[in-house]
Design a protein around this ligand. Structure first.
Ligand code: ATP
Ligand code: MG
Length: 391
């Protein structure tokens, strides 16, 4: 019997209704193919599933690991594909036989030329397994093991049992583009991941205060961005030299408002670059009450410096330990944990204001002589890096 392993992919059907379906699917397929560019395989699209076939079986785990991270896929299974024939099905189903406990066989029959219906085929195959192993029994309602048999119109059947969870969400590129304020901390990479999961393409912006912050601190951010590419493909990263602006804030502004003003200027610059690069939103890793600059009042004062774009803060209601869990899952934790100074920690005031006042913040900010020019210069001298996806 000609039988081979294939990988069956299921997508989140909820999102497939309405006129966006085509766009959604086209992008999903493109994104799947992108993570497999260096691998040979055949991609088969049926009405509600995809199959990856004819690949080198030694690469199976690698393919699964990559494809699992593609947003928009719900789950996958390793299946056996074989020509439809009762004897073949019996032989193949023996490979899926549980050692003990209860099981059920669920057959879907698209091939109407067969003389047995789905139930009869399940009963035939179930009876066969029972005859092979007397430690098994059938439970149609709460089986310990479920074996699925998919009999397609094209003369082939697929058998599979376990489902492996995929990343879910929406395909990257179906929800526009966002500009992620990416620091070296735990939060912002997770924020980027969460928005990519809702279909956003991610661009990044990072502020450094060289020589107060080291090259290593910058490298850390490049490494974080590279980790994110496994989920959201290439990332265009804008690196802004923030030293002069930070020094000026330090020189001219009230100490307890320094962070507030720094954050206002960060989002102002981010919005300007975002608008020039077709980004529809800013994204930050802020989480309510995590630090003084993330109280409702602080966020209000920062937000006022953004003119038109929405600021997405996907972590706003998440606890630190939940954020850390996600960082672990997406493999950014170990990098974020490295100790290098961030520009936020340069000139850090001892007691940052917790409930800043917007008028005071604006007045303090207005004291900075030549700020407009400094912002222009920072934008003009931006360093742009394309972080190429690695899988
Ligand atoms: P993170 O762990 O992501 O660094 P944090 O808890 O340290 O966050 P803040 O330093 O207040 O919090 O920063 C809040 C958000 O502002 C970050 O999540 C990030 O989106 C943005 N941000 C902070 N520092 C920088 C930076 N140097 N470059 C770009 N964005 C930054
Ligand atoms: Mg930080």
């Amino acid at each position: 019997m000609e039988k081979k392993k294939v990988i069956l992919l299921r997508y989140g059907e909820l999102f497939l209704k309405g006129k966006n379906r085509n766009l959604f699917e086209k992008r999903l397929i493109e994104n799947i193919k992108k993570v497999l560019t260096d691998i040979e395989y055949k991609f088969i699209r049926t009405q509600n599933r995809y199959y990856i076939e004819d690949f080198d079986e030694s690469l199976q785990d690698e393919i699964v690991e990559r494809v699992r991270k593609v947003f928009g896929l719900h789950s996958l299974s390793i299946a056996i594909k074989l020509p439809t024939d009762y004897q073949n099905l019996k032989e193949a189903i023996a490979d899926f036989m549980p050692t003990d406990g209860t099981f059920r066989i669920t057959t879907k029959r698209a091939d109407k030329s067969l003389d047995k219906n789905s139930m009869q085929i399940s009963a035939m195959l179930g009876g066969y397994l029972l005859s092979l192993n007397n430690k098994l029994s059938v439970d149609l309602y709460y089986p310990k093991n479920e074996i699925c048999v998919d009999i397609r119109e094209n003369g082939y059947s697929y058998i599979f049992s376990d489902k492996i969870d995929c990343a879910q969400g929406m395909p990257v590129g179906t929800a526009g583009r966002g500009m992620l304020l990416l620091s070296g901390g735990f939060d912002s990479p997770v924020a980027g991941y969460r928005m990519a999961r809702r279909g956003m393409e991610i661009y990044g912006i990072h502020y450094h205060s060289y020589p107060h912050t080291s090259e290593l601190a910058k490298q850390k951010v490049l490494d974080l961005a590279e980790k994110l590419t496994k989920y959201c493909s290439d990332i265009k990263l804008f690196i802004i030299k923030f030293t002069d602006i930070q020094q000026a804030i330090h020189e001219y502004c009230r100490e307890d408002y320094m962070i507030t003003i720094m954050r206002r200027i960060m989002v102002e610059i981010a919005e300007k670059i975002a608008l020039k690069n077709n980004c529809g939103a800013l994204i930050t890793g802020e989480s309510l009450a995590q630090v003084a600059s993330q109280t409702t009042r602080s966020i209000t004062v920062t937000n006022e410096a953004v003119k038109t774009l929405p600021v997405f803060r996907p972590l706003i209601g998440m606890d630190k330990y939940e954020i850390m869990d996600t960082a672990e899952k997406i493999d950014t934790y170990a990098i974020s944990e490295l100790p290098y100074e961030d520009c936020c920690t340069v000139f850090l005031p001892k007691n940052p204001v917790i409930k800043p006042d917007l008028e005071i913040a604006k007045k303090e900010q207005a004291k900075i002589i030549g700020l407009e020019k400094m912002i222009e210069d920072a934008i003009e001298s931006v360093e742009i890096k394309i972080i190429k996806a690695t899988y």
